[in-house]
Design a protein around this ligand. Structure first.
Ligand SMILES: Cc1cc2nc3c(=O)[nH]c(=O)nc-3n(C[C@H](O)[C@H](O)[C@H](O)COP(=O)(O)OP(=O)(O)OC[C@H]3O[C@@H](n4cnc5c(N)ncnc54)[C@H](O)[C@@H]3O)c2cc1C
Length: 456
């Protein structure tokens, strides 16, 4: 007889959602969290960034409302209040997770969990047993071995930057991925001089190049150095080699290191317990099973996708297989990374799902692709004007006419992209999509226009 049906290590989106699903299904669940319920996402990730970005967007709107016939004078921001708003949002949502676990009958233990063996977890030095164990330890920021970066008080990661007591005058962001861009956009709106240094030739590598370029140009107040390699940091001076080989220097009051995150695979017994860990993280199949019997892994720690909604889905999949090993319905619960949408909440916003045009060609598709400006959407024009930054790119296979990817630049894109995810998840063709009626006037109509703009 084991102590629990399921022990979950890690109380972020992957862990807490799996716990809720299992608890509501009547399982005896122990959720072990060492720091804060809600994990990275609620405490130092998705939610605090979006709370700060909301304040930044309001500030931008207020300052640029003249063209809409609204005159706002004396518009100012109070950083301490902006931070207080963020803290309040986080506090409420974290409390909500605690309440949700309680409703599901999940026991939450504050402490460090260590996997001893399949079915055995040590919590704060005490051994507990379970029929199943789910690993959901998440990820941590990567701090590359750039000379001068370690122990430099002017170099911070995303968690450090979220907590700053004032807006830095000059911010250098190393890394032009989603996290780097959201912070760049946020601090530029609050008046910082922002420079992003990116090693690759374009920002946001999983975004179609065409739209990524448009996003870069639309991010007002942010300067970009592309194809540049940072070679060292001296105090607040960031040294880099530019694309043409010249040695350059960018001066900053604060440097954000945003070169990515790595799965947290150490410090909780993975190696000692014999868990298979690959270069991307804990190795799992599409049902989230690891190599150890009844040990599952979900979320960032698997490296399959480093997004909160992907972690939710992985938690749900593991829970479904734990609850029901036999039925066809349960067996159909599989992770499909190709249809997980992504979003950037910068100003303007962007989102997408599926392949880029380049990826589709690399995979051997005979590609049909087109980009339409969001000026085709009445609502977009009403809110941004005809020259506002916005476009939809659609990528399809010319032979089967299956939609392979939909990428959007423009506000509301993150709210709209789930529809595109349904298109890909249900494998709709261009002709199926053309038959779907979209509400008017909405920005989402750009997707329908793009489907009609593709060649027959
Ligand atoms: C600045 C920033 C912005 C982001 N914005 C977005 C966004 O807008 N949208 C999005 O989808 N994603 C976003 N992400 C990514 C998102 O936060 C992660 O994908 C998500 O949190 C992963 O969930 P998880 O459950 O796998 O891990 P985590 O949320 O990292 O949770 C893991 C938890 O496990 C705990 N833990 C680790 N080891 C142990 C142990 N041994 N014992 C007990 N507890 C342990 C940790 O304390 C942590 O609470 C952002 C990330 C950052 C950093």
């Amino acid at each position: 007889m084991t102590d629990y049906d399921v022990i979950i290590i890690g109380g972020g989106p992957g862990g807490y959602l799996a716990a809720e699903r299992l608890g509501h299904a009547g399982k005896k669940v122990l959720l072990v969290e060492k720091e804060f319920l809600g994990g990275t996402c609620l405490n130092v990730g998705c939610i605090p960034t979006k709370s700060l970005l909301n304040s930044a967007k309001l500030y931008e709107h207020a300052r640029h409302s003249e063209q809409f016939g609204i005159t706002a004078t004396g518009v100012e921001f109070d950083w301490a209040k902006v931070q207080a708003w963020k803290a309040d949002v986080v506090r409420k949502l974290v409390a909500g997770v605690g309440a949700a676990e309680k409703r599901a009958g999940v026991e939450v233990a504050k402490g460090h969990g260590t996997l001893v063996a399949a079915g055995v977890v040590e919590v704060n030095g005490e051994r507990r047993t379970a029929d199943h164990v789910i690993i959901a330890t998440g990820s941590v920021p990567v701090m590359p071995p750039i000379p001068g970066a370690q122990d430099n008080p002017l170099v911070v990661d995303s968690t450090g930057l979220l907590a700053v007591e004032s807006v830095p005058k000059r911010l250098v962001v190393i890394g032009g991925g989603v996290i780097g861009l959201e912070f760049a956009s946020l601090f530029a709106a609050f008046g910082a001089q922002v420079e992003v240094i990116e090693m690759l030739p374009e920002i946001v590598p999983f975004m179609d190049d065409d739209l990524a370029g448009r996003l870069r140009k639309a991010l007002s107040g942010v300067q970009f150095q592309l194809g540049c390699k940072v070679t060292g940091i001296e105090g607040g001076s960031v040294l880099y080699t530019s694309a043409n080989g010249a040695e350059q220097r960018a001066e900053a009051d604060l440097v954000l290191m945003a070169v990515g995150r790595r799965p947290l695979v150490d410090g909780w017994g993975a190696k000692e317990a014999g868990l298979e860990v690959g270069p991307r993280g804990v190795v799992v199949d599409d049902t989230m099973r690891t190599n150890l019997p009844n040990v599952w892994a979900v979320g960032d720690v698997t490296g399959r996708s480093l997004l909160a909604h992907a972690a939710y889905r992985m938690g749900e999949i593991a829970a479904a297989h734990i609850l029901d090993t036999a039925s066809a319905k349960a067996k159909a619960q599989l992770l499909r990374t190709d249809t997980i949408p992504w979003a950037v909440y910068s100003m303007p916003e962007a989102a997408g799902v599926g392949l880029t045009e380049a990826q589709a060609r690399d995979r051997g598709h005979d590609v049909l692709a087109t980009t339409v400006p969001l000026a085709v959407s009445g609502r977009f024009v009403a809110e941004n004007g005809v020259r506002g930054p916005g476009a939809v790119k659609i990528i399809a296979d010319a032979g089967t006419r299956a939609i392979l990817g939909i990428h959007m630049l423009g506000n509301y894109a993150p709210e709209t992209i789930w529809g595109a995810a349904v298109v890909l998840e249900t494998e709709l063709t261009i002709d199926d999509l053309r038959q779907v009626v979209f509400p008017h006037p909405t920005v989402s109509e750009g997707i329908r226009e793009a489907a009609w703009a593709l060649k027959d």
